[in-house]
Design a protein around this ligand. Structure first.
Ligand code: URA
Length: 236
């Protein structure tokens, strides 16, 4: 692939804009030698305005999603892409969220441009546990854990019961849930089915990967060890 196309795919601009960047001498190698649009691609050796390039395709990142951001590219309000470098929205292949968190849910959100990996993470076959901590409007009744574990809870408007899920009580109005599927508004609807209401929802972990000390609103790329941890589920 020609360098000009690679930079356009990374969101540095349209092909025409990127071609101008070359003309202006803004694209160099690590030694400051000016590169040309049709030079062969050596990703790690390229600099734009003296800065290393964004990660190449195959990017996987984790974001500590704050409340108030939508997992969408189009919503008129705040979107999770606003928390990333603006170029990341223009990449080809497209950087997508791996599943979604509701606007007011906080926590671990994965994003990738690797379609196969995305599929592997969300596929029920992978059985990746997703851990949620919910704060509730009312006191727990006491029968929620048994109901959620039963495998027979049918959410309103659905014809297939939920897979068994584990619930641990964290307080009179706080619970931790471990799900192996991801239906629309699932946690909120599960508690709604018990006559309760979720007032705050946080996802600290997917599979064996947790947020660690990543501050809210921040992101970081994932490396091979992170991915290994993600798929090494063990006990959630
Ligand atoms: N379940 C929900 O209700 N909301 C989320 O964001 C994730 C799981």
């Amino acid at each position: 692939m020609k360098l000009v196309k690679h930079l356009a795919n990374l969101g540095y601009g349209s092909r025409k804009e990127v071609a101008w960047m070359f003309r202006e001498g803004r694209v160099t190698d690590a030694n400051g030698e000016v590169l040309y649009a049709d030079d062969p691609l050596d990703h790690d050796n390229v600099r734009v305005d003296g800065e290393p390039l964004d990660p190449p395709p195959g990017l996987v990142l984790m974001l500590h999603k704050p409340a108030g951001y939508t997992c969408s590219t189009r919503d008129p309000g705040r979107i999770v892409y606003d928390l990333l470098p603006p170029r990341f929205r223009l990449r080809n292949p497209v950087l997508s969220t791996v599943g979604r968190l509701d606007r007011d849910t906080t926590g671990l959100l994965l994003m990738t441009d690797d379609g196969q990996l995305l599929h592997r993470i969300v596929s029920p076959k992978s059985k990746l546990p997703k851990v949620y901590e919910a704060e509730l409007a009312g006191d727990l009744r006491g029968d929620e854990a048994a109901l959620f574990a039963s495998g027979s809870l049918l959410l309103e408007g659905e014809s297939t019961p939920l897979l068994p899920a584990r619930m641990d009580v964290l307080g009179p109005r706080r619970a931790r849930l471990v799900l192996h599927e991801g239906r629309y508004h699932q946690v909120r609807r599960m508690f709604a089915a018990t006559g309760n209401r979720v007032v705050a929802l946080h996802r600290p972990r997917i599979g064996g990967l947790d947020l660690g000390d990543l501050p809210e609103g921040q992101w970081r790329p994932l490396g091979p060890e992170d991915l290994q941890r993600l798929f090494a589920t063990g006990d959630a």
